[in-house]
Design a protein around this ligand. Structure first.
Ligand code: FE2
Length: 296
């Protein structure tokens, strides 16, 4: 990944998309794959400096899938993201559906995302924006960030030796902030913030200490924006089918916006702020907000 550590006051634009799940349309007989292609074409027209995909690139990890099916889904994914080639590099974090059965290996995901024989977690700086992509699915398939893991050690070192950057983004498939109804079902206590006890888990204190501006995630197929201390979590929505018991539900106490529409999120970094808009498949602005940078 090419990097550029020079800090300027130039405007930087990026897009966050998630849960494209290529192959779901074929296996479930729905319009998921068509929607994914439309979203990517729309995103390509934005001509962003980079695109963040927070996981579930394909609809894998099912017990009855053959290697042939998995390869077909990856081929569908590569064809779908073609409009971005040569325009906007894609920074990806793996999702639970990206782990290929039967051993739920991450090897194929790494190969398909240009990281063959390397860990799925990594960091890159683009125009003064530092992006850290985490793997929160390998050690615990339903989401976790165990204390003492190789990745935890790496993340602390990575954030300690940070070059001078304007914006700091961390990407992981599962949310840190989510409805208490989902605790234990989609992430364990090392990853999520428990609003019933106030326990922050393992990952959140590391992000807060480093002054991370944004934590970008997905998985629940809905759009949510949450603010806690100086950190904003944004869960983008792709396929418009939220879990049946998710909508309507009692959002977590830090949630500031919630929407069920398929969308991607467009970010613009200016001299001293991040401006964001969630854009639906129909081009409607679902949500818009701005926040000051945690560093200048
Ligand atoms: Fe997922």
């Amino acid at each position: 990944m090419s990097t550029d550590n020079q800090v300027s006051h130039q405007t930087v634009r990026w897009i966050h998309v998630t849960d494209l799940q290529l192959g779901l349309g074929k296996s479930a007989g729905n319009d998921n794959d068509t929607i994914a292609r439309s979203l990517i074409e729309q995103i390509a027209s934005e001509e962003a400096d980079f695109v963040i995909n927070s996981g579930d690139l394909i609809h894998g990890a099912h017990a009855d899938q053959t290697l042939e099916t998995i390869m077909e889904y990856w081929s569908d994914y590569q064809i779908t993201v073609k409009p971005l080639k040569g325009k906007s590099p894609i920074l990806s974090a793996p999702g639970n559906h990206d782990m290929t059965r039967e051993d739920r290996s991450m090897e194929r995901y790494c190969r398909e995302t240009g990281r063959a024989d390397q860990p799925p977690y990594y960091a890159a700086t683009i125009q003064g924006v530092h992006v850290v992509c985490l793997d929160v699915v390998s050690s615990l398939h339903r989401g976790g960030f165990p204390k003492g893991s190789k990745q935890e050690v790496w993340l602390k070192q990575e954030l300690n030796r940070l070059p001078q950057v304007r914006g700091l983004i961390v990407v992981g498939h599962y949310p840190i902030f989510l409805s208490p109804d989902f605790y234990g079902r989609f992430s364990d206590s090392s990853l999520h913030y428990d609003e019933r006890t106030g326990q922050e888990g393992v990952l959140l204190p590391i992000l807060l200490k480093a002054g991370v501006d944004l934590y970008l995630c997905g998985h629940l197929h809905t759009y949510e924006r949450t603010r806690y201390d100086q950190l904003t979590q944004v869960m983008a929505g792709a396929y418009g089918v939220a879990y049946p018991d998710l909508m309507p539900y009692q959002p977590n106490q830090h949630c500031q916006a919630l929407d069920e529409r398929q969308c991607y999120v467009r970010y613009t970094l200016t001299k001293d702020a991040i401006h964001a808009e969630a854009i639906s498949l129909q081009g409607a602005v679902v949500d818009a907000w701005s926040q000051a940078l945690n560093r200048d």
